[in-house]
Design a protein around this ligand. Structure first.
Ligand SMILES: Nc1ncnc2c1ncn2[C@@H]1O[C@H](COP(=O)(O)OP(=O)(O)OP(=O)(O)O)[C@@H](O)[C@H]1O
Length: 272
């Protein structure tokens, strides 16, 4: 019996984007399956954040983006904000807002105009703040928190939306290793419940824990495949100029730094 066709949560058809006069994305086509975690990796300036912004509808682009089977442009704003939740890189948020109120911002798409938060909104905020271990700071101002603590509050805001599709740009920024591991477990739990997660990550070893990986360079997708596939791992090593090696340790795929440098002839040198 043939397998049922994979449901696509979010996809791009030939999208190109420019900033000012500089072309950044060059005809990217990508279909990201529902109920899976996809990590996007690549060197600095590869266009990862720009792609994520384009998928979120935050970046004008040519071509088309589809969310849950419908062109993004056909979604009503509020309906889209309930279906797709976004965490940007270095997000700006009002420092004098209380942590609880920052997380409550994630519930705005669920609230009728000028209505106070409902019991469901309060429950969602508490659940999100507890999930990121930020509940104890709920009465503190955002501006009083450290970089990692602040990031956990912004993650809670994203979770409070309870959207089907979560897009996160560098969600692990400033997080210490235990909270990085907690994030990973949280993502796995969300995906097990059917949520789709797409994250841009610089921590390549953590990116390898995703289901699928998109490898980008120079505004193009070089490879898209399962993280445990040899072709994906080869593309990953190649895009980082073989300065990392992918190896299995205790049953997990890890990226280890290669300390060999290329010399002028393009062959490998031992380190100085
Ligand atoms: N406001 C801007 N004006 C001009 N160029 C920009 C602007 N923002 C980004 N770019 C350029 O667009 C390209 C892609 O940037 P983008 O942030 O998408 O890359 P990235 O892969 O996410 O990079 P990083 O890993 O460094 O975060 C880069 O070359 C960057 O210099």
């Amino acid at each position: 019996m043939a397998n049922a066709p994979e449901k696509i949560a979010i996809g791009a058809d030939g999208i190109s984007a420019s900033i000012g006069k500089s072309p950044i994305l060059h005809g990217v086509t990508l279909q990201l399956p529902a109920g899976r975690w996809t990590s996007i990796v690549g060197p600095n300036g590869a266009g990862k954040s720009t792609l994520l912004r384009a998928l979120a509808g935050l970046m004008p682009c040519s071509g088309s983006v589809h969310l849950l089977g419908r062109p993004l442009a056909q979604w009503h704003r509020g309906e889209r904000a309930r279906a797709l939740s976004w965490l940007g890189q270095n997000e700006v948020a009002a420092d004098d807002l209380m942590v609880y109120d920052v997380a409550m911002l994630g519930r705005l798409p669920h609230q009728p105009w000028l209505s106070p938060p409902s019991g469901t909104d309060h429950a969602a905020v508490e659940q999100a703040l507890r999930a990121t271990q930020a509940w104890d700071w709920r009465h503190r101002a955002l501006g009083q928190l450290s970089g990692g603590e602040r990031q956990r509050v912004l993650l809670a805001r994203l979770l409070a939306v309870q959207a089907q599709v979560l897009l996160m740009d560098e969600p692990l920024a400033n997080l210490d290793p235990p909270h990085q591991a907690d994030w990973l477990l949280l993502v796995r739990a969300l995906v097990a419940q059917g949520t789709t997660v797409v994250s841009v990550l610089h921590e390549v070893s953590l990116a390898l824990q995703a289901d699928d990986m998109v490898v980008m360079a120079a505004g193009r997708v070089l490879h898209h495949g399962a993280c445990d596939a040899a072709a994906t791992q080869a593309a990953l090593e190649q895009v980082f100029d073989h300065r990392i090696h992918v190896r299995q340790l205790d049953g997990m795929w890890m990226a280890l730094p290669s300390l060999q440098r290329k010399n002028n002839q393009g062959t490998k040198d031992v380190p100085a």
